[in-house]
Design a protein around this ligand. Sequence first.
Ligand code: GSN
Length: 192
Amino acid sequence: MAAKPKLYYFDGRGRMESVRWLLAAAGVEYEEVLFETAEDFWNLIKSGKLMYDQVPMVEMDGMSIVQTRAILKYIAAKYNLYGKDLKERTIIDMYVEGMRDLNDMIMLFPFSLPEEKQKILNYILERATQRFFPVYEKEFKARVSKLPRIQKFLQPGSPRKPPMDDASLEAVKKIFKMDKSLFLQHVNIQIK
Ligand code: GSN
């Protein structure tokens, strides 16, 4: 039997959660290596397995795959979840890219500075409700959440990670040595 994919990340949702969802949808069991300290992350960098010295990284089929979307595309294609032709793949990519834009904003929000928070929150709420949620609410969410494997993944006790709390936020800041607002550095927006 082939070895289980091994996921390398910190103990939280972040960029890895979409990979966990996809493996759940594919019905693939996986192992996780969750680092807790900057030293754990540094040891992984020293192993030479991280092409850009960044995670998420997934070891599977003899590869050390980095870049979230490269990981997702490999798994989706391997388990026949990436459309039957180029047109279906393009539609899937449109959902993926929109979800990434939304997810980047939500994921980086906890890393904004106190004085930025309210403005950024207003911006995210406006974008989420006006631009992104209508797309996903137009049948997509209902269809996905009816898939038996996804229903299972949404039950308590599944490998799904909880939302970030204050303690895990502090742990992540230490692991990646973050000290300034990451929101405005990484999300390409103009907040008035
Ligand atoms: O999507 C991707 O995998 C890459 N384009 C970005 C990966 C990334 O930024 N990873 C972070 C931690 S996870 N959260 O955002 C990372 O490894 N940061 C350490 C660093 O030195 O960049």
